[in-house]
Design a protein around this ligand. Structure first.
Ligand code: FAD
Ligand code: SF4
Ligand code: SF4
Length: 396
């Protein structure tokens, strides 16, 4: 039997400039012979969300349904948490629990996930986990660009036929584009939302400018109470209000890929587990199709659930934040804390908080693409994002 043509392609060397140039999010595809498909598959060279959504979920996103416009194709959304959280997970460990169960129940033979290197807890190290222990070793976010797809060559070479891939939007877009070439019988995709990601160097700058003790941070998250929560090695928690972040310094910290990304909610995963549409302390579950439901069913017995809610009105806050971000305004800490308290009391909650976050990031990213890559604007912004951005008045 002749080998597929992509196997003759040459993976790129580490550190070399990728086809998407500065917009590359280091998804890992170009580290493999699947680089053969990069022109069609790369999320930054060929935006094809609508086609890929229709294929993955067997129907397109209904842009006239306000929830689908924002959160993508879905069968149901709700809030959940594990009754017995996994220690050391990012939230309560729903992602890791599903992956472990899929291996234990033999639904899949391997799980693409990302551990960290021995030397650096935030340096991502993608692996194909074959045991629950290896999945658990990948728990907690590595809040940096991660080449998750760099292990794809090993999938084909080791003859795996049933695979779970855990990943963020840009990785999953490229994965869906090459899905047919992987020789799999069944692919399961478990996604997380993702925004404002950074290179490892960018992460250090963020920690150095924002935390009181950058070297001891083991975990952080931008939470629904409008604060960044840091957890330190000694178990202590530090919170910093969003409005007090040093926006001037941080403006250049986010990777150009992430300043140009409109797949915040991971529209192509079968099942998405985040937090942004859920009450504080809960996880947000979006079941996109039957495969996603099948995955979720495996751990229903481990979950406490509640319906998603929505409260407040985000629009004025988003509109006001656009010029403030644009000019790099940073409030003094006392004013930032006060603003955080006020917004937390009267501001957007639940799904409205998720819309607040999507609107703020999409307007910012739209302006970024318009100013830095005007030639890409027309093709790169998906229709759903364009409709969301059109609700606001943007500076030139
Ligand atoms: P765990 O059980 O701890 O498992 C985490 C999983 O994430 C692991 O399987 C690991 O393989 C995978 N992972 C870790 N780092 C990466 C990475 N860099 N790239 C790809 N996969 C990775 N949710 C929101 O609602 N809003 C957000 O803005 C948001 N931003 C995120 C940004 C990043 C970079 C990441 C990785 C996640 C983000 N999430 C966001 C998702 C959220 O932080 C949690 O990951 C999710 O709710 C799952 O929590 P858990 O306790 O179930 O995960
Ligand atoms: Fe290649 Fe992925 Fe970078 Fe695109 S984002 S150039 S597919 S590594
Ligand atoms: Fe990829 Fe978008 Fe996340 Fe950046 S923000 S890592 S481009 S999914």
């Amino acid at each position: 039997m002749t080998a597929p043509t992509h196997q003759k392609a040459r993976a790129m060397k580490p550190g070399s400039r990728r086809p998407a140039k500065e917009l590359c999010s280091e998804c890992g595809l170009c580290d493999t012979y699947y680089i053969h498909y990069v022109k069609e598959a790369c999320a930054f060279l060929n935006q094809q969300m609508a086609d890929l959504e229709a294929t993955a979920h067997h129907r397109p996103r209904d842009l006239d349904n306000p929830d689908e416009l924002y959160f993508g194709v879905h069968q149901q959304m709700f809030a959940a948490r594990k009754t017995e959280p996994i220690a050391g997970a990012q939230w309560t460990g729903i992602v890791s629990a599903i992956a472990c169960e899929m291996l234990t129940q033999n639904l899949v033979e391997g799980v693409v996930c990302v551990q960290n290197t021995k030397e650096d807890r935030f340096q991502p190290m993608p692996v194909i986990a074959r045991t629950p222990e290896e999945v658990l070793a990948a728990r907690v976010n590595k809040p940096t660009l991660s080449p998750n797809l760099s292990v794809l060559e090993q999938v084909e070479q080791s003859g795996l036929k049933r695979l779970l891939v855990i990943g963020v939007g840009c990785q999953i877009q490229a994965l869906r584009a090459v899905e047919k070439e992987l020789g799999l019988e069944k692919l399961y995709v478990l996604g997380t939302p993702c925004v404002d990601n950074v290179s490892r160097a960018g992460l250090q700058k963020f920690l150095d400018t924002t935390s009181r003790s950058p070297d001891t941070v083991v975990y952080y998250e931008f939470m629904q109470d409008f604060r960044v929560h840091f957890k330190h090695e000694d178990g202590s928690t530090e919170t910093v209000p969003f409005f007090g972040l040093n926006t001037k310094e941080l403006k250049d910290v986010f990777a150009p890929s992430c300043m140009s990304c409109f797949d915040y909610v991971n529209g192509l995963a079968d099942l998405v587990v985040g937090y942004m549409g859920a009450p504080f302390g809960w996880q947000w579950i979006v079941v996109r199709n039957d495969t996603g439901q099948e995955m979720l069913d495996l751990i229903q017995g481990q979950l406490e659930t509640q319906p998603v809610g929505s409260g407040g009105d985000r629009r004025a806050a988003v509109q006001q934040s656009i010029p403030a971000y644009d000019k790099g305004v940073t409030l003094p800490m006392w004013a930032a804390k006060l603003m955080g308290v006020v917004i937390e009391r009267i501001g957007p909650k639940g799904l409205e908080y998720a819309r607040f976050s999507i609107d703020s990031h999409f307007t910012r990213n739209y302006l970024y693409v318009k100013r830095n890559h005007p030639e890409k604007l027309a093709d790169h912004v998906p229709e759903f994002a364009r409709r969301i951005v059109e609700q606001y008045q943007l500076p030139d």
